[in-house]
Design a binder for this molecule. Structure first.
Ligand code: PBG
Length: 320
């Protein structure tokens, strides 16, 4: 009988010999939330082992993570002073420079670049006096944020705002002052998704009015979702990303094919919380389910995965 599938499964050794997707710890990126609004570490609902922290606690957290060789981070910085325009970036710069001065090249630090944690209304852009998105000044503020992060010592820039033209504007602003070796990992295919709930609590960025459908993608559309990544490729992105990751695995291969760039997947807060909360209810084992979710994204072609579980990847047997 030609039952070759079962013949390949006799034991672990043989099954391991057949593994097609493996990954390294450095391909898992750990988000980290640093806020000017907290003294004590604050839990994030549905995201165990992840906290909103002050700068000092973030240093302790990274020091501990490094013991488990978790060294690739995406930082979200939440200032206390929210405004409509003319944002003050002192706290953001302080957070980045403290972390980079402390850990130098022991870590790679990406920064999420967006306006939603800084604006009083929680949107990712600024508005003109008629309450329309002011694209030109949004791009100018986003570029200023990216430049200020570069000056503070950031390793990589990750724009998440979904304003058309931001990757180009940021690349140009960075190159203008000789930061031409700082890579841009664009949130290139980012849907207006229900699954960002726990994050918005952590980043204090829930929109005060309306939603983000005027700039984030419609999850009913595939060709538009691919075009959005092609747009960032044309604008000079170094890495592309789909988000929510688990909900966008069908898009990874087509984007890679069209652009030739590496495409990562962001397992977003709501997707992660879905797994942890079900595991808390003993519906399945957390570690096994997480590992499966990561392998699914890898199998779909993800080059890297941004996940709230990166820091516990040692427990899951992922090698360096
Ligand atoms: C900021 C931003 C969001 C996420 C990453 N950057 C929220 C949003 O766009 O509303 C979501 C990440 C997550 O849910 O884990 N624009």
């Amino acid at each position: 009988m030609n039952n070759i599938l079962m013949r390949l499964k006799k034991n672990n050794i043989l099954r391991n010999m057949c593994v097609e997707t493996t990954f390294l710890k450095d391909q898992l990126i750990q988000p980290i939330f640093v806020s000017e609004n907290v003294n004590e570490k604050k839990n994030i609902p549905g995201i165990p082992n992840n906290y909103v922290m002050n700068i000092k606690d973030s240093l302790t957290q990274i020091e501990n993570d490094l013991k488990d060789k978790c060294r690739n981070y995406l930082i979200f910085i939440v200032p206390s002073n929210k405004k409509e325009i003319d944002f003050n970036l002192d706290f953001q710069q302080k957070a980045i420079s403290k972390i980079k001065e402390t850990f130098k090249d022991e870590i790679f630090l990406w920064a999420d670049v967006c306006l939603c944690s800084m604006t009083s209304h929680g949107h990712c852009c600024v508005f003109d006096k008629n309450k329309n998105i002011d694209l030109k000044s949004s791009l100018s503020y986003l570029s200023k944020v990216a430049v200020s992060y570069a000056e503070a010592g950031i390793d990589g820039i990750s724009p998440s705002d979904m304003m058309d033209g931001r990757t180009y504007a940021i690349r140009k602003a960075l190159d203008n002052i000789n930061y031409n070796l700082i890579p841009i990992m664009s949130y290139s295919t980012k849907f207006a998704s229900n699954f960002y709930g726990p994050f918005r609590y952590a980043a204090d960025s829930t929109p005060a009015f309306g939603d983000r459908k005027q700039y984030q993608l419609d999850f009913r559309n595939k060709s538009e979702a691919i075009r959005a990544s092609v747009r960032c490729y044309n604008e000079g992105a170094d890495f592309l990303m789909v988000k929510p990751g688990q909900g966008s695995i069908d898009l990874i291969e087509p984007i890679k094919k069209k652009t030739g760039l590496m495409v990562g997947a962001y397992q977003v807060s709501g997707e992660y919380a879905g797994i942890t909360l079900a595991a808390e209810k003993k519906l399945f084992n957390l570690d096994e389910a997480l590992l499966e979710s990561w392998h699914v994204m890898k199998r779909a072609g993800a080059q890297f995965i941004i996940t709230y579980g990166a820091r516990k990847s040692k427990d899951l047997g992922i090698s360096e």
